[in-house]
Design a protein around this ligand. Structure first.
Ligand SMILES: O=C(O)/C=C(\CC(=O)C(=O)O)C(=O)O
Length: 296
């Protein structure tokens, strides 16, 4: 993408409301991104979207505004396999952020170790054709084997229409797996719909598959306050209470036509995790085990 000819996209709310819900102390926003700033951290030549700057200061201000304590910053596809913007944000967080990288499978062990020292605790494999040109399963599998020694996990992003073809690959991954946005099931099918049922079967197939109960704004057919999302996701949070994570998804890449209010996103939490214990697991205990294991 040539950065001088394309308008830069703003996909986040200019002034998110203050949520009514107060997260527990130590709550982690376990899925968010940073964009640039571009002058310091240029976007990938292969980026499929060219966002405005949404750097660490903005992310940390939002964290405080929403009542969260920590962030897990997931490398977004617009930065390709150069994790410098993510590492910069982690370095500026005073220990309050960790990250998930996207790597070239040819990465050396020394480079992986440097990512670990910079706060990375997982790698992301993205299978969305609108975001990445290719997703080589055989090479991803080699990476998954190599990160085992670091105690990392893999984060996988795919949509429900390819769940079935993903199953053999997922079964061979030797590390814990985190599935982004529940593999994007249809919410209009309801809590017993075919896509969420297939996803639960995947969750049942291994006890080290986790998922992010995120993105009502992307997945709901109804819009804010996302009642269809709540109806489908609440049973998932109850059934897999030790393997669910929550995140804002700020700055909401590609959501410029349907920008969510982050305060409203936080107010979904007590509707999908209906007891203080479920909320504490979702927001504190579970993400701490994956990202700050040495502190648990
Ligand atoms: O924030 C997300 O998880 C979703 C994204 C963007 C993304 O993943 C990326 O750019 O890497 C999307 O569906 O456009």
């Amino acid at each position: 993408m040539t950065t001088d000819t394309v308008a830069r996209i703003v996909s986040w709310h200019p002034a998110p409301s203050k949520p009514r819900y107060t997260p527990p102390p130590g709550a982690v926003d376990a899925h968010c991104h940073v964009f640039g700033p571009m002058a310091d951290f240029p976007f990938s030549a292969k980026a499929k979207y060219l966002p405005g700057d949404a750097g660490p200061e903005m992310l940390f201000a939002l964290r405080d505004h929403l009542g969260f304590s920590r962030n897990v910053i997931v490398q977004a596809s617009c930065h390709g396999t150069d994790n410098a913007a993510t590492l910069n944000a982690i370095a500026k967080s005073n220990g309050k952020a960790r990250g998930v990288a996207v790597v070239d499978p040819a990465i050396s062990d020394a480079e992986l170790k440097a990512l670990h020292d910079g706060g990375i605790r997982g790698v992301r494999f993205n299978f969305l054709k609108r975001l990445v040109d290719d997703a080589p399963k055989d090479r991803f599998l080699e990476v998954a084997h190599r990160i085992q020694a670091l105690g990392w996990h893999v984060v996988i992003y795919f949509e429900a229409d390819i769940l079935e073809e993903m199953l053999p690959f997922l079964a061979t991954i030797p590390t814990p797996i985190v599935i982004d946005h529940m593999g994007r099931p249809s919410m209009s099918q309801g809590p017993d719909g075919a896509e969420i049922t297939a996803f639960k079967a995947l969750m049942d197939s291994r006890d080290d598959i986790w998922t992010k109960v995120t993105c009502p704004d992307r997945l709901s057919a109804q819009g804010d306050p996302w009642d269809d999302f709540v109806e489908v996701v609440r049973p998932l949070v109850e059934r897999y209470s030790d393997r669910v994570l929550w995140g804002t998804d700020w700055p909401h890449p590609n959501m410029q036509d349907n920008v969510p209010d982050d305060g409203h996103l936080v107010d979904v939490i007590p509707r999908i995790a209906v007891t203080p214990e479920l909320q504490r697991k979702l927001l504190v205990d579970n993400p701490m085990r994956l990202y700050w294991a040495e502190q648990t």
